[in-house]
Design a protein around this ligand. Sequence first.
Ligand code: CA
Ligand code: CA
Length: 240
Amino acid sequence: MFTKFLGVTAAVIFSFAGMASANGDQPTKFTIRIENTTKPDAFTASNGVKWTLAFSPGTAIVHTNKAPVFMAGKKDRGQGLEAQAEDGDPSQLAKSVQGGKGIKSVTVFNTPVDASMPGPITPGAAYETTVTAMPGDRLSLTIMMGQSNDWFYAPGEYGIELFKSGQAISGDITSQISIWDAGTEVNEEPGIGPNQGPRQKAPNTGKAENGVVHKIQDGKAYSTASKVMRITITPVMPAM
Ligand SMILES: [Ca+2]
Ligand SMILES: [Ca+2]
């Protein structure tokens, strides 16, 4: 219902956003939609087992500082990124980032559209959340790659600029999202590793890696965000 509403009235909504950002200092409300665009059993492991990719609950952080969650090439800060990346649990990260210097807001999204309970987004499912921001603000997102040991999707550590020349951005931002290894748990083959989210005996189970946060570039489809998800951002209206 909500999705339909957005589609039908998109033209009106966009003109409101234009007016708001033309004023310069008006906060703008954005809807962020994260869709799992994969199909069930889309992937095949080396042992022939077919597996399905899901994405975990995550955080949407509006910030003015440069690297609110991690820095590439540095160790995880121990502020909850590990639980986000290994277990799909963003709550600890949200709590520790909230209220920090340069942090405007931290929003947890954990309940799929049309679902009544928190859970991952399976193929075809989506999360929707909203944030409010001012020109100069940036957006960081964190989402676990559900069939990994400690991989998460996020933009670069500096986040995504929510305004360009004072104008609210709008549209598909998936190309700005990469997949990162948190450096906290030794990797197993995606989809079949016994210590990965769907199969581990308990949260935080698996061999410690003691590595650094780094980008995964293995050429696999799931390592290119735009091949497995779609993230769109839509300025909704001047926020009050
Ligand atoms: Ca790892
Ligand atoms: Ca694990």
